[in-house]
Design a protein around this ligand. Sequence first.
Ligand code: 5CA
Length: 433
Amino acid sequence: MKFSNYFSPTLNENPAEAEIISHKLMIRAGLVKQASAGIYSWLPLGLKVLKNIEQIVREEQNKAGAIEILMPTIQSADLWIKSGRYKDYGKEMLRIQDRSGREMLYGPTNEELITDIFQSYVNSYKDLPLNLYHTQWKFRDEVRPRFGVMRGREFLMKDNYSFDLSQEEAKISYDKMFTAYIKTFLRMGLTPISLRADTGPIGGDLSHEFQILAKTGESTLYYDKELETLDPEKIEPEKLQSYYAAVDDIHDEKNYPINQDQLKISKGIEVGHIFYFGTKYSEKLGAYVQDNKGEKRLVHMGSYGIGISRLVGAIIEAFHDDRGIIWPIPVAPFHISLINLMTEDDKCNEVSENLYNNLVKKNIEVLYDDRKFSMGKKLSDNDLIGIPYQIIIGKRDLKENLIEVKDRKTYESQKLNPDQAFNFLINEINSKI
Ligand code: 5CA
């Protein structure tokens, strides 16, 4: 993509309305624009990251055996009246009337609707276990939407729902999702910490939340340091669930169950939450299956959420510096910023165009900064946007057939000839996607 043809508005000044670093950077780097309180338009760079995150989540869900569907944003109130949550949800639920006066709502989550889909089609234990998911916009009329996309009113969530014949089988489904969640966050370059959690308005008695470590995070976490060094190929859910981990209002300084030298304290951000709630919704909405003796049994359910739009902000909280965002390669909007410092110089243009065309042919995503701006503006814009690798092409180095390859994270740079730079970057990027 040529920057001059792209739509990526950057701002030099910090926006007054933003309190936290990810919100400031998202606005300055032109990822989102607030449409109204807690509701955002996604601009091209932000949308690319959002889609990359969604895709990683999708791939890990599919690998874990979940099946993708798509439910609507607008739901009828009927099912929520049956489950009792139409009242319980209170003002957080956005209620709408259609033209004939029917009560509708913008879905804050989907337990009711999915239970209804399930009970319409499934009636035998032979069809279990079943795990269905979708990625869809939700609406919660939060009292104080803040921190940009981290606590929005409209937000994108991947939510899935598992159906099993018994509590024991439901725990197997729960553990599968637990494992998939850890793998998902590790794939994004994050460090996930799983903690036992309250079930809140979703209900049930077993729940974990997944926080990712970020120095600027909202919660303080106390946990066993083993949780920080996980091998995605060897996730043992039962074992991980037995490690100590607690948020600050639960952690007791004087009395916790591990050695002091095992305890780590870090800041975190909640990006996922999973629940087992047994037959709470199947009972209210009548979701039964026949077991192998022909007896009617209520189905056991769990629900599992990942905040896809929140993750965009959370990843920035985890990876940034004074200059701007530092995207991990798997979610980055582009892999390389190719910065042509002198668009009036024929040689700079020729080398830049060649390299751009060759990288694109290898399926590397390149943002080619061919804008007619000052060097300073181009360098600071690209640092702000945070694409993991930069190629900087200037007249002086080109006299010796050299170009600069810079790592956005370490800020280390090396001067290579264009062929070497091409080979180096292809290897680096392909090994990290
Ligand atoms: N039905 C369950 C699981 S599908 C559920 O709704 N769980 S939840 O309320 O914990 O939300 C799941 C995830 O959505 C959270 O972990 C968080 O990452 C994200 N999320 C929740 N509220 C917001 C919000 N206001 N803004 C952005 N993301 C949010």
